[in-house]
Design a protein around this ligand. Structure first.
Ligand code: ZN
Length: 435
């Protein structure tokens, strides 16, 4: 079994990127081989103290056996990984090399950055990953899970060991890949030279890729909006396609690139049992829309859903066009929603919605005809029965003529535009592959 090297919480909110640090680790540990793809593991996106994407990394290292396959390129040299490796023991030497890289590339001056590193002879129990991706893990629980498995290093409060250990504990049930490309240091902070036209064509050229381009917003999504070393990241289901997809973009040549195996786009964070719902968890529930949605100041859209008890479901302003779907709901509609639980105010932040059944929406279309003489009857006041002016016949208010209004949505699944999705949320494009 290879060694499991996990690292987390090295980013600041506006600085470096943990995956760049992964390329530096690969460089510094070139004496060893990568076993399998490097891993980028996203953890619970609702954690209030998370850095940007709440992503940890895990490299499996050892001495490779058999033929290697190319997983990247760093400063002109190919990076290979191997399917299998020989047994390697965690050593102080390897931990020291990795620790130097973490110290060099972490945003240690940022008060919210608390790096941690683990070097383990085998992965911790998978339950640690599932708790870290769906809920909140305390540091002492993470430490208990890795006890006796190897070494760890901490900086400042060392909170990063939680994510580092959780990343090492990941056994993929579902997985995707991302090729991340990095810029020449001289270009860091300058505008990225990637043509929008080439990105627009990515889905057509490489059908296994996803989350490339946001047609609603006419925006390239593969490039970050921060001045970090990342040139772009292309996500997809087929790791073999990704280097070619990257090369097809033209424009700025990356100084290095690396293909990561990830839990992005898997919905791993969604609790399958909504009874386990707690603040900061993401759940999937079915229920009935209780009242017509309304738009709040700031552009958020909210509607009450009948579930265990009524709960407000919120579609935030950045979800743009997705809100139009939510606004088109009506009382009585039956929906299945995926969303994160917030405490104050208690609400569900919508991530995805499936409209299961539309309720008929009726509008009054006039007074009923007289049952005796056929003449249209008159209203005799709010709440009072209809009355025929010619023969005096009455009919109750409930006999009003109602017409069914046409609806602006159809049953089906809906998701926010590419640019406002969570890294770990499964895009609808992936659904046919996994169901
Ligand atoms: Zn009449």
């Amino acid at each position: 079994m290879p060694l499991y090297l996990g690292v987390d919480d090295t980013d600041s909110l506006r600085g470096m990127c943990t995956t760049f640090l992964a390329t530096e680790l690969v460089r510094a540990l070139s004496e060893w081989d990568l076993i399998g793809y490097p891993r980028l593991v996203r953890l619970n996106p609702n954690i209030p103290w998370k850095t940007r994407g709440n992503g940890a990394i895990c490299l499996r290292i050892g001495k490779g056996r058999g033929a290697g396959f190319r997983v990247g390129s760093i400063d002109g040299g190919d990076v290979f990984a191997y399917e299998r490796g020989t047994e390697t023991a965690p050593s102080e030497g390897i931990a020291a090399i990795a620790a130097r890289v973490v110290e060099r590339w972490s945003a240690l001056e940022d008060p919210t950055t608390n790096p941690g590193l683990v070097l383990l002879r085998k992965p911790p129990p998978p339950g640690l990953y599932w708790r870290a991706v769906r809920d909140v893990v305390r540091k002492r629980d993470a430490l208990r899970a890795i006890r006796g498995l190897g070494l760890r290093r901490e900086w400042k409060n060392g909170r990063g060991v939680i994510g580092a250990a959780a990343a090492a504990a990941w056994r993929p049930r579902d997985r995707t890949y991302e090729v991340l490309a990095y810029r020449e240091p001289s270009r860091w902070g300058t505008p990225r030279e990637i043509s929008a036209t080439s990105v627009r064509g990515l889905d057509a050229r490489f059908p296994s890729t996803f989350n490339n381009y946001d047609p609603d917003d006419d925006r390239v999504v593969i490039t970050p909006r921060t001045p970090c070393p990342v040139l772009c990241g292309i996500r997809g289901d087929d790791p073999q396609e990704l280097p070619a997809a990257l090369a097809s973009l033209g424009g700025e040549r990356p100084a290095r690139w690396l293909v990561f195996e990830t839990n992005q786009g898997t919905d791993d964070h969604v609790l399958r049992d909504p009874r386990a719902a707690r603040p900061w968890t993401t759940i999937q529930v079915s229920g009935t829309v209780l009242r017509e949605p309304r738009t709040l100041p700031g552009g958020h859209v909210v509607f009450p859903l009948r579930w265990r008890e009524p709960i407000d479901v919120l579609a935030y302003e950045p979800s743009k066009g997705f809100r139009a779907v939510v606004r088109a709901l009506a009382a009585g509609d039956s929906v299945r929603v995926v969303g994160a639980i917030r405490t104050t105010p208690r609400s569900l932040n919508l991530e995805k919605i499936e409209v299961l059944r539309l309720a008929p929406v009726l509008r009054p279309a006039g007074n009923p005809p007289c049952t005796a003489c056929g003449r249209r009857m008159k209203s005799s006041g709010r709440g009072a029965p209809y009355r025929c002016r010619r023969c005096g016949t009455t009919r109750p208010r409930s006999d009003a003529v109602l017409l069914e209004s046409p609806r602006q949505i159809a049953p089906g699944r809906y998701e926010p535009p590419v640019g406002s999705r969570r890294h770990i949320a499964m895009p609808l494009k992936r659904l046919p592959r996994t169901r």
